[in-house]
Design a protein around this ligand. Sequence first.
Ligand SMILES: *Cc1c(COP(=O)(O)O)cnc(C)c1O
Length: 403
Amino acid sequence: MKALSMLYKALFITMSTSKIYLSSPHMGGSEQEFVNEAFATNWIAPLGPNVTGFEEDIKKYLQKNTDFNAPQQEIEVAALSSGTAALHLALILLDVQPGDEVICQSLTFSASANPIVYVGATPVFIDSEEETWNMCPIHLEAAIVDRIAKGKKPKAIIGVHLYGMPFQVEKIVAIAKKYEIALVEDSAEALGSTYNGQKCGTFGDLSILSFNGNKIITTSGGGALITKTKAQKDKAVFLATQARDQAPHYEHSEIGYNYRMSNVCAGIGRGQMQVLDAHVALRRKNNFFYTQLFKNINSVRIFMEPNKTYVSNHWLSCIVIDKKMSNGIGPTEVRLALEKENIESRPLWKPMHLQPIFKDAPYYGSRVAENLFHNGLCLPSASNLTSADLHRIEKTIRHCFNN
Ligand SMILES: *Cc1c(COP(=O)(O)O)cnc(C)c1O
């Protein structure tokens, strides 16, 4: 009897103190079968049936609208080693050259902006708007007009669907069209999100996805470039496999890269595609949990879709805290309280125009992104959070706000 109660106690302690991560990988079950198949057929080298199968799965998924009225999209998918590699190739396909300028949302992960520097171009950063936290169309247009007046028309616009929330697609696309500037859609965090019933990842002239370990689905590391034509996809695959010309020997007339996804990783991706919609539903359920939790805590605003045009996958659930209303409880206090309970949370992305490495880059906007950075917090959002995990999170947060 005593041994049993000790066992329960030990079990309780491990359960209650195991770390809750912000966003951990969540396997569906059949990933290993696809990987085993790769081993059984010795398709360990890059390329192979899983890569083609994974690309086909993504293509079908992105083309499937959630509204009858949404237009059918012609797209092609190239599976790559990372989302960053996909952005790098996107800028190369758009012929961005040293000395060119590329416009980029400031509030984002550095991987959105770094490829601009890889090709020798200069980033021009744009503030966010309050509704979607993404690129502000007003500041975007002002920036384009000013850059043109200064003598240089930007070569591309990189818009990001932050934390899964679609940016103001109609307005941003219209501005890109008006000034005839290519739109690169960074959909790394937004696989499964929709705008007007059409999937994110299909709105850019070129779009990218990420399958990094913390994203909505993972291949342990990987990404994809979404193109509008087969010719663009073929060119991306050519560049991603060392730019080998047609010849029996290795002949090169262009600089190539080693950016293709391996057949083993693509096997994980095929398994993950089977559970993608279920995992999006679970992330959205987490968001609903937080909505309920903060319903009566007036100092906290939870990041939500502005209206029914937008459906976010809620990759991460985020809050903004008004410290004047909360007796001094801000994001830092909440983060440290969660950390004490072995629960991970994280500040919002630090805007790129405030990063030391980009301090000299032009910036258009005011302080929307900066204020979000100072007052926001990302909460645990994985699709495999248990009800015990949610209970621990709730208890800690209620305690924080004396609720
Ligand atoms: C994760 C991420 C990327 C980069 O993807 P990787 O696959 O990690 O290279 C790019 N942009 C955004 C917004 C991201 O969150």
